[in-house]
Design a protein around this ligand. Structure first.
Ligand SMILES: Cc1ncc(COP(=O)(O)O)c(C=O)c1O
Ligand SMILES: [Zn+2]
Length: 380
């Protein structure tokens, strides 16, 4: 208990070590026993830190927080079926990545680290930069050259050093690994403490549904930080005897970048190498998900599924969401498009939760481009 461990080689490390991956190169996990004192939790502020006994930060003085979380979960009608939509685009930096950043940067502070590096398609970089700004920790964010201007501006305004890497998202991932030899890697995909934050999604959903688990959750998946966080969180609630079942996990990918969908449908052992094409859903355009095998295992274990959506389905879902007042970025619309497909076959009495992950104001150029292509959309 209270340690880091490597499922590949079974080495263990103290939670006080400044490491983000095992010495064998494997992915680390956090072994920590969470508690859920429900009466106390319900009296606390509506933030994700209300689940304090389930978050492995030792001292409260190290907490870096904007009182984020406990985002609204509201019922929305999708073609006659009610779905509970979690509005995680309403976080301080404009995406659900703040869940992971709040806990990870609190841990970074607890470790006494003063310089961090991170790579991102944009939103995780914004979140890490925001929390480092509050913590007064120096941070460098590596992003692909084609990252949305809104996200770039945000990262620089937070005071982070921005490194734009020519080439693909995967090239950016390779560039940051070199920098991680020197500075601590506050990675949303490698660092296990990020998932200790994204797991609060499950706690909030469960509490907001009256301490019950939904039948399924429909979530976007690139590197799987929300998907795996939700899986960890629901399993912790199950082990604590609060819920009886982990929901089915339905992951949504873009047809133009769907390695996990392909692996699941073709029952592959490894995540396949794919030919990635450009997609509106930039946040989930991950060709080589670091935790790919874990994601597939979680989806299978929960008896869930993977769904793909094409570019026109993403655009239609974006228009539909915006017309109902949800101004989100196209990546979030991909989830809604996947949700529509899932609803075609889902059991009629199932409680379904989905999520809006990123704010539309971050991707104004893309939103304007879509509007120009579909000028009739603006003429009501
Ligand atoms: C808005 C948005 N939604 C979903 C995701 C997907 O997250 P992950 O790659 O961790 O699965 C991202 C990642 O950047 C994102 O920015
Ligand atoms: Zn190892």
């Amino acid at each position: 208990m209270n340690k880091l461990f490597c499922p590949s080689c079974h080495r263990q490390f103290s939670m006080e070590e400044k490491i983000w991956r095992c010495t064998c190169g494997g992915l680390l996990e956090v072994d920590f026993h969470p508690h859920f004192p429900i009466d106390k939790i319900q009296q606390r502020k509506p933030t994700l830190w209300r689940y304090r006994e389930a978050i492995p930060i030792l001292e409260d003085v190290n907490i870096i927080s904007f009182n984020e979380g406990f985002t609204p979960l509201i019922p929305v009608d999708f073609g006659g079926k009610i779905v509970w939509l979690k509005q995680d685009h309403l976080f301080p930096s404009g995406s659900y990545k703040d869940r992971g950043a709040s806990i990870l940067i609190s841990k970074v502070k607890e470790l006494g680290v003063q310089n961090v590096v991170e790579d991102s398609s944009g939103n995780a970089g914004c979140a890490i930069a925001a929390y480092c700004a509050q913590a007064r920790i120096k941070c460098q964010i590596f992003v692909p050259g084609d990252t949305a201007a809104g996200k770039l501006a945000q990262i620089e305004f937070y005071g982070a050093k921005l490194n734009r890497i020519p080439g693909s998202r995967e090239d950016t991932g390779r560039a940051v690994l070199k920098a991680a030899d020197k500075d601590y890697y506050a990675s949303h995909s490698w660092n296990p403490f990020f998932f200790q934050g994204t797991k609060t999604f499950a706690f909030e959903v469960c509490e907001q549904l009256g301490w019950k688990s939904p039948g399924s959750i429909v979530v976007p998946v690139g590197n799987g930080t929300l998907l795996l966080g939700a899986y960890i969180g629901f399993n912790e609630l199950l082990n604590a005897g609060i819920i009886r079942e982990v929901p089915k996990i339905i992951g949504v990918q873009s047809l133009h970048c769907a390695p996990l969908y392909q692996a699941l449908k073709e029952d592959l052992e490894e995540v396949p190498t794919i030919d990635k094409r450009e997609t509106l859903a930039e946040g989930i355009a991950i060709a080589e998900p670091i935790r790919g095998k874990q994601i597939l295992a979680a989806v299978k274990k929960s008896e869930g599924d993977m769904i793909v959506v094409d570019e026109s389905e993403i655009k239609n879902a974006l228009r539909d969401l915006c017309r109902r007042g949800f101004y989100v970025e196209p990546t979030s619309a991909a989830t809604a498009a996947g949700l529509r497909k899932y609803l075609e076959t889902s059991p009629s009495d199932e409680i379904i939760v989905s999520v809006l992950t990123g704010h539309g104001l971050k991707t104004t150029e893309k939103m304007l481009k879509i509007l120009r292509e579909h000028s009739r959309w603006v003429q009501v």
